[in-house]
Ligand binder design. Structure first.
Ligand SMILES: Cc1ncc(COP(=O)(O)O)c(C=O)c1O
Length: 385
């Protein structure tokens, strides 16, 4: 007999990739050459200067003890500098920034900080699965808000009005949007802030993709007039700096929100390795040319990924930004699940089915651009064969 789990564990399913990647690993262990276009795990290196900074900092005697719960002052200053340079947003490094172990962690801390059981959370009908899963874990009620495909997957603000109740506490937003690649616009952010203010809802914007294949200068929700009254923005080194495994991210918000989240977070972890924070200071100063070069590599992969969608008879929106390509299945494909499983078993090509991001994704697939372009072209060849 084993000891029973909590209701929360029974109601939560294991993360799709946690299950599916075990299958991929099994195929690889059996000697198969699997091309993994499923998960958004950047395969390129952090900048060389970042790696040198890490190894130098790790040699210092002061590197190995516990670090401040609020991150090192140098890391917070570097984040403030990055926000000023990248988005033109001024943040007080002393009070408006809270380093995190990646933005995924931030979703949990924000939910624990602001949600009581029975509170309601608005999540996009297609989006990062953690918004929904974590809200449910803390006993909140999830309501999906519609995205308008014909309007570039923008939130349907009118429909959202009817979802608000006195218990609505948080709305999750993420542009550039994962998985559809819909870009962020200033108008969208203005609408979001106005909506959150009108209904007194905490607006949580998740912003990890603003620097990946962006077609115009990146923007932050916090550049919107009045945003700091109602908003928290998550950001991360994972995608923009090729540092996903390091687990480095942060949230930016007014002092009151930062302090509230810190109340919870300081009871959960005990800071991050000093050498990593030192290296992140260096990474955050990567030149604009470094980001442009990284995007040129992604562009080459995007071309190959478009050829792959063509080979599958899919259609897609050219305006997409971010690290993925979102494609609509042709009528001839019966289901995304069958297609994904067939491609994995018969062609050893792994792609993500759209339904893992919400039921609206049934007729879609998502390709991650995290393989060298030659590997994506190899996948195209296998599929055409
Ligand atoms: C929309 C979105 N938010 C958050 C994350 C988590 O990123 P991090 O590595 O910063 O925890 C991801 C990762 O795939 C994502 O796609």
């Amino acid at each position: 007999m084993i000891i029973d789990t909590a209701q929360r564990t029974k109601q939560t399913s294991e993360y799709y990739f946690s299950v599916k990647l075990a299958e991929v690993r099994k195929l690889i262990a059996e000697g198969n050459d699997v091309i993994n276009l499923g998960i958004g795990n950047p395969d390129m290196m952090p900048s060389q200067k970042t790696l040198i900074a890490l190894s130098e900092a790790a040699q210092k005697p002061q590197a190995h003890g516990y670090q401040p719960y609020v991150g090192t002052p140098a890391f917070r200053n570097a984040i403030a500098g990055f926000y000023a340079h990248t988005y033109g947003v001024q943040l007080d490094p002393g009070s408006e920034i809270l380093p995190l172990l990646g933005s995924k962690e931030g979703i949990t801390h924000i939910s624990l900080t602001f949600l009581d059981p029975g509170d309601e959370v608005l999540v996009p009908e297609l989006g990062y699965p953690a918004y929904r899963a974590v809200s449910q874990m803390v006993g909140a009620i999830v309501k999906e808000y519609p995205l308008l495909e014909q309007e570039g997957w923008q939130p349907d603000w009118k429909a959202m009005e009817s979802l608000v109740t006195p218990r609505t506490k948080i709305i999750w937003l993420n542009y550039p949007h994962m998985p559809t690649g819909a870009p962020a616009t200033r108008q969208l952010f203005e609408n979001a802030v106005a909506f959150a203010k009108k209904h007194q809802i905490l607006l949580c914007h998740d912003n990890p993709y603003s620097l990946i294949l962006n077609k115009k200068p990146p923007i932050s929700l916090l550049a919107t007039q009045g945003a700091k009254d109602v908003a928290i923005e998550l950001n991360s080194m994972s995608k923009s700096h090729n540092m996903a495994g390091w687990r480095l991210g942060w949230l930016s918000a007014s002092k009151a929100y930062v302090n509230a989240v810190l109340t919870i977070k300081s009871n959960v972890d005990s800071g991050m390795f000093w050498a990593m924070q030192e290296a992140a200071v260096t990474a955050l100063k990567n030149s604009d040319a470094w980001h442009t070069e990284r995007n040129a590599v992604y562009q080459g992969r995007l071309d190959a990924a478009e050829a792959l969608l063509n080979a599958l008879g899919c259609t897609w929106d050219q305006k997409q930004e971010g690290m993925f390509l979102w494609g609509k299945l042709p009528e001839t494909v019966v289901s995304a699940e069958i297609l994904v499983n067939t491609l994995l078993i018969e062609k050893h090509v792994f792609i993500a089915p759209g339904f893992i991001f919400g039921p609206k994704g049934q007729r879609y697939i998502r390709l991650a651009l995290c393989m060298p372009k030659e590997r994506i072209w190899e996948a195209v060849k296998r599929i055409k064969d």
